[in-house]
Design a binder for this molecule. Structure first.
Ligand SMILES: NC(=O)c1ccc[n+]([C@@H]2O[C@H](COP(=O)([O-])OP(=O)(O)OC[C@H]3O[C@@H](n4cnc5c(N)ncnc54)[C@H](O)[C@@H]3O)[C@@H](O)[C@H]2O)c1
Length: 311
C-alpha cells in the first residue's frame, strides 16, 4: 500500500479503533486531539484492540509506530492520508479541513468518518473539494469490516477503495451521497420500528433485541435483505416472492410506526436497556460484543477461504 503515514484527527471511540487497525497493518499513525487526556490515553486504548486483531491473524511483521502530535499541523505535515474522526459538527469539521489543507502534503486524501453528514456539506469552502471523501466505518472499525465511501473525484475514490481494502475492509462506494450513507439508513429504519414496537407495547426492549439477534440479524450476517427474499421465493426466487408475498410486504410497510423520541419513550428505552443489560457495565457489554464479533469473523474467514462468493 502506498500510504505509510496516516494522520488521525480526533482520538475518541472511532479514532482509537482506526488507530489499532492501521498500526496492526504496519502503518504509522500521527494522532491529534484537542483534549490532551484523550490524546495521551490513545496508546493505552489501542493495546487490547491490537490483541484482538492478532487473534484474527492481523499483525504486520513490523507494526506501525504511534506518534502523539501537539498540533493539527504537526499531525498532518507528512501524512499520506488524513482520517478525520472529530465530533459530528459541520462547522467544526470545516474549520479542521482548512487547517489540514494549509499544512498537509497536497496529495494527501482527507477522509471523514462522519456517520450522517453529507460530503457536500463538508466539502463546502474547500480549495480542492475532490480530495475529500466520506469514509464511514461501522463501530468498532478495527473489527467491523464495512467502510462506505463517497467522493466526487474518481481517482481519489479509487485510491480510497484500495486503501481500505488493503486494511482488510469491505468497501461499498455510494453512487449518490445520502444522509446516513447506506448502513445507517438501514439501521435507522430498523431501529425506528424497534422503538415503535416498544412504544406501542407490542414487546419489551430485550425481546425486540432477542427477536432481531436470533432471527433476521443472524440471517443478515450471512446474506443480505434482497438475497434473503430471493430465497424466500423458493424455487421461483425473487420473482415468485414478489408476486406471492409482495402485497403482504406492502401491507407491513403501511403498518410500520413513526415514533417520536418523547421523554416518556426515552424513559421506557432507558428502563428496558437497564433490564436487558442486567447489571453489565458498558465495558463488559463491549467485551462481550467484541468476543462475539471475533468468533463470527473467524467463522467467516474459514468459510470464505478460497471462495470469493462465500458469505
Ligand atoms: N460512535 C459511532 O458509533 C460512530 C461510528 C462511525 C462513525 N462515527 C463518526 O466518527 C466521528 C467521531 O465520533 P466518535 O464516536 O469517535 O466521537 P467521540 O466523542 O468518541 O470522539 C470525538 C473526539 O474528537 C475530539 N475533538 C473535539 N474537537 C475536535 C476537533 N476540532 N478536531 C479533532 N478532534 C476533536 C474529542 O476530544 C474526542 O476525543 C463522528 O463524525 C461520528 O459521526 C461514529
Amino acid at each position: 500500500m502506498p500510504e505509510r503515514d496516516v494522520a488521525l484527527l480526533g482520538c475518541g471511540l472511532i479514532g482509537q479503533s482506526w488507530a489499532a487497525l492501521l498500526l496492526a497493518h504496519g502503518i504509522n499513525v500521527s494522532a491529534w486531539d484537542p483534549d490532551g487526556d484523550a490524546l495521551a490515553a490513545l496508546p493505552r486504548h489501542v493495546l487490547p484492540m491490537l490483541d484482538q486483531l492478532r487473534a484474527l491473524g492481523v499483525a504486520a511483521a513490523e507494526p506501525g509506530q504511534i506518534r502523539l502530535a501537539a498540533t493539527v499541523e504537526a499531525a498532518v505535515a507528512d501524512a499520506d492520508w488524513v482520517q478525520e474522526n472529530a465530533p459530528e459538527n459541520v462547522a467544526l469539521k470545516q474549520r479542521l479541513y482548512a487547517q489540514v489543507q494549509a499544512a498537509a502534503p497536497a496529495d494527501a486524501v482527507i477522509a471523514s468518518s462522519t456517520s450522517s453528514l453529507t460530503w457536500s456539506a463538508l466539502a463546502t469552502g474547500m480549495a480542492r473539494p475532490g480530495r475529500l471523501v466520506t469514509a464511514h466505518p461501522f463501530n468498532p472499525p478495527h473489527l467491523m469490516p464495512l467502510v462506505e465511501i463517497y467522493g466526487t473525484e474518481a481517482a481519489v475514490v479509487d485510491r480510497a477503495v484500495r486503501f481500505y481494502q488493503a486494511l482488510g475492509r469491505e468497501t461499498v462506494v455510494l453512487k449518490k451521497e445520502a444522509t446516513g450513507h447506506i448502513a445507517n439508513r438501514l439501521a435507522s429504519a430498523l431501529w425506528r420500528e424497534a422503538v415503535h414496537i416498544v412504544a406501542a407495547g407490542i414487546a419489551d426492549v430485550a425481546d425486540v433485541d432477542r427477536a432481531l439477534v436470533h432471527g433476521p440479524g443472524l440471517r443478515w450476517s450471512v446474506i443480505g435483505a434482497h438475497l434473503a427474499y430471493h430465497l424466500g421465493g423458493g424455487a421461483g426466487g425473487i420473482g415468485h416472492y414478489l408476486q406471492h408475498l409482495g402485497p403482504s410486504q406492502e401491507r407491513r410497510w403501511a403498518s410500520l410506526g413513526q415514533p417520536r423520541l418523547t421523554p416518556e419513550i426515552c424513559q421506557q428505552l432507558v428502563e428496558g436497556i437497564a433490564q436487558e443489560a442486567a447489571g453489565r457495565s458498558i465495558a463488559t457489554l463491549e467485551q462481550q460484543r467484541d468476543q462475539g464479533l471475533i468468533a463470527a469473523l473467524t467463522a467467516r474467514q474459514q468459510l470464505s477461504a478460497g471462495d470469493d462468493h462465500a458469505v
